[in-house]
Each structure stands twice: as C-alpha cells, then as structure tokens.
Design a protein around this ligand. Structure first.
Ligand code: ZN
Length: 479
C-alpha cells in the first residue's frame, strides 16, 4: 500500500479552484476510489481508501454502540412488502432496481434491491415488538444500498451503489420519545463531524423535501469548496406512519394495544467526500489524525552512514508503534522529495525526517501536513507527536471553520439571495409558509435547506411576502 504502482507519481493535481476536476483527480491519485469500474455510478474502494473508511466508520460505531445494537438485514425486499407504504413508494419508485428472475426462471414475487431498509426491517419489528418492555428498540446496520440515479453520478457523492449506508432505526412508545431520539441522533452526528474537524449546518428540511413518509426531517449539510452544500446526515421522525402500515403495536402497561412511534437516521460515504473535499489542498489529502491510515511517515535521509540512519529510523518506528501510533518507515528507492510528495498526497498528518546530522544532535525534523515544520528531540518523541497531532486537529478545524463562516451570509432580499447562492449559502428571512418557500426556490434558483436549528433570530420581513417573523431558511445550490 505504501509503494503503489497504481498511480502516476509525478502527476500534478489540478488547482482546488477547479473543484470538480481536483476532486476527481485526487480520488485517483491518492488512491481513495477507482472510478473505472464498468457500471455507471459504482466505484471500487482502493485498499487505502477502504482503510480511511474503516477508521471513519469506527467512530460512528463507537458513538452508536453504547445504546444501539448493530445488526444486518437482507439486501432483497419482496415487492408486496416494499409496495405497502404509499408515501414511501412515491419517493423511491423511480430509483429501484428489481430482481425479476432466478437463473432462467422468472420469480413469482419480484425482489427490490434495497434503496433504504424501512420496508425490510419494519415487517420484522412487527414480530419482535410485543410489549412496552421491548421499547425503546434501537438498531443500526452498515450496508450497501442501490438507487437508480438519473442525475449525473459522482464518486462518493451520488452513486447507484451506496457502499456504506449506516442506517439506524428506532422504535418508541410515544411521539415525544421519538422526537427526543431525533435530537440524540443529531447530537451524535454533530460529535462525529467534530471529530472529523468538519463544520456543518443543521436545519429542518421544508415539508416538501422531507423523507417520504416522515413527519419531519432534520439534516446536516457541509459546505463544499465550491459553495454548494452536501447533505451528509439526516434524521427522520417517522411518527406512526410506518407503524400503521406494518401494524407495529405494543401492549401498554394498562393492557391497551398502541401504535409505536419511530425514527430512522442515516449517514453514507458522503461523509468521506466531505472530509476529502474540505481538508484537501493543492498537495493532496489532509486527514485528521484519528482517521489517517498512516499517522506518521518516517523518511530516512540516506546520506553518510546509511546503516546508522536506517537503524535509528527503525528504532523510532518501533517506539511509535508500541505507543499505538500507525507509523510507516519509507524504505523505498524513491528520492526523499518523491517520498514527501507521496505522503502528502495520502494526507499523512506527520512526517519525520531522519538524517545523519539530526542523529548527531539527537533530534528529528517533524513536518505537519499543514506545513508547520520543527526540530524535536528524539527523547520524548511520542509525547511531542501526540501534542502536534492535537494542534494539527485544531488547525484543520480552524481552517475549515474560516471557510465555512466566510461561505454563509445573511441577506434580506431575493436578489441578494440569488447573488449569494452563486458562491455560498444565504440565510434568508422566511415567514415559514409553503407558498413563500416555493416562490423563494423558484426566484432564487437554489434549494431551501430549511430552518436553522438551535439558533434564534430577531424578527425580520419575509423576503417574499414581507410579513414580520423570526423565521429564517438557509438557501444553497445542493449536490
Ligand atoms: Zn412569506
């Protein structure tokens, strides 16, 4: 993995200002995903990209495991179950792949490749839930889902096979408890994105853009380098819509049979698209310490007593390795410059250069991915590296936050909203009515992300009807 022959080592990335070009090239050059698989909208994870994914999803598991149980449901959903929930079907019917035959025999019941798993999971919930003692029930699975996307597909962003859909499904006795669970989901996702050093927006999607069958949808969006937003997490309050359809009831303490209330919430590999896009630069990926497959790369500068340089490098590698740092010693035949290039492209947080003169002085040269360079003593290297890793995390977040804040602008009129959404996100006064919402989208020529959550605003005149209210909506061009 460290010495791959899969890519052209001398190629240069396009400027990040040409975001789309840069993004596509970077995914290949850094060996995240290979887009050459001969089915549209499906990509192959390179082993290096897969290693990033494993580390990222380990955080999700860590955040959910204390009170959710991981499980796995089948990929295939029988047509009769899939077609039961009318609102849900309406939202997905154009995107479903169907399996219609087994070998040469046509199937009696067509089978859908899950575009999402409500209709696979909820018939089983009906069997699993008997009484109030079975509630709340919280499960999740990380699986592939399939959607026949007709829009332009993009690696990790718009796919026909979503390879890593983390979907959680919870069941509660009351609507209020389910609403509380939506808040818990958003809090966990917020923590997740903080650990990836990514700033984000939280908003309540407008009624016409909620999940098919949901009472409401709260979403998390990351602002990409080109000012468009990427939806990277959603949490849906399903009310009792699916409970009615799939007859999911429980016996309350007083013996009464009641419908359950449900939620579901999801994150896909779009979280990795955001991670790569926001932190990456002209030299390649820039990965947060926690998710970098290689955290420290040691590059020996083989001058003078080469054996000694290698021996000291190995010693440092062992020391870091026993402190559970993911470290690689680069003993390839490349020149040091080519090695620096390679490790920067892979987003390695810290590079150590070990040369004969450093060894004489008992020091190493430490270069962080954000270009901060210093000389540090070999004595106490592990502590020094941990400290640099923390500082790098803070620096990555600060840089991302600067970009994020510069991208969001308050506006008062439709004209200003139109100008702002060409370059970023507009925060627009909106009275909350559906009519004004649709008119805003039409005239601004951008999407409404919806009402910002966890913030309040002073009264202002709705950009459409002029009515005074404290309501606001984010507007942006969306991926
Ligand atoms: Zn209005």
């Amino acid at each position: 993995m460290t010495d791959s022959k899969m890519i052209n080592k001398q190629a240069k990335l396009p400027a990040k200002e040409d975001f789309s070009e840069w993004y596509h090239e970077l995914l290949t050059m850094a060996e995240v995903v290979d887009n050459r698989y001969p089915v549209k909208g499906m990509c192959v994870w390179f082993p290096f990209g897969y290693a990033i994914k494993k580390n990222v999803y380990a955080i999700i598991r860590e955040l959910l495991d204390p009170d959710h149980q991981e499980t796995q449901f089948p990929l295939l959903i029988p047509e009769n179950e899939f077609m039961k929930e009318a609102q849900h079907i309406k939202g997905f019917e154009e995107e479903v792949y169907w399996v219609t035959s087994g070998g040469t025999s046509p199937l009696d019941v067509k089978l859908a490749l899950r575009p999402t798993s409500e209709t696979a999971i909820y018939p089983m919930f009906k069997l699993w839930i008997r009484s109030h003692a079975d509630l709340p029930l919280r499960i999740y699975q990380i699986v592939n889902t399939f959607r026949y996307e007709t829009k332009h597909t993009r690696p990790l962003i718009r796919l026909r096979e979503i390879t890593s859909f983390k979907e959680a499904h919870t069941v509660h006795a009351t609507w209020e408890e389910a609403a509380g669970q939506v808040e818990v989901a958003i809090a966990r996702y917020s923590e997740f994105y903080r650990r990836l050093a990514l700033p984000f927006l939280v908003s309540r999607r407008p009624s016409w853009d909620k999940f098919p069958g949901a009472d409401y949808t709260t979403a998390i969006d990351v602002i990409m380098p080109d000012g468009k937003t990427l939806q990277v997490g959603t949490a849906h309050h399903l009310g009792s819509t699916f409970a009615k359809t799939y007859e999911i009831t429980y016996e309350a303490e007083n013996g009464e049979q009641k419908l359950v209330s449900q939620t579901c919430y999801g994150i896909s590999e779009r979280c990795i698209a955001a991670l790569i896009s926001v932190h990456g630069d002209a030299n390649g990926l820039a990965l947060p310490w926690e998710v970098a497959p290689t955290q420290v790369a040691i590059v020996p500068i083989l001058l003078g007593d080469k054996e000694k340089v290698l021996a000291v490098s190995r010693q440092l590698q062992d020391e870091l390795s026993s402190a559970r740092v993911r470290v690689q010693l680069d003993t390839s035949d490349d020149r040091p410059g080519a090695k620096f290039y390679k490790w920067e492209m892979k987003g390695v947080p810290i590079r150590l250069e070990v040369g004969p003169r450093d060894i004489e002085k008992g020091v190493v040269t430490l270069v962080r991915r954000d270009k901060v360079k210093k000389t540090v003593p070999m004595e106490g290297l592990v502590q020094a590296i941990n400290k640099e890793a923390e500082e790098l995390q803070a620096a990555l977040f600060a840089k991302a936050m600067n970009h994020h804040e510069a991208m969001v602008k308050k506006v008062v009129s439709i004209e200003d909203a139109k100008v702002q959404t060409q370059v970023g996100v507009a925060l627009v006064p909106w009275c909350g009515s559906v009519e004004c919402g649709h008119e805003l989208e039409d005239r601004v020529e951008a999407n409404m992300l919806g009402e910002p959550q966890y913030v309040t605003f002073p009264e202002a005149a709705c950009a459409v009807c002029g009515k005074m209210s404290a309501g606001r909506t984010y507007m942006a061009r969306q991926y």
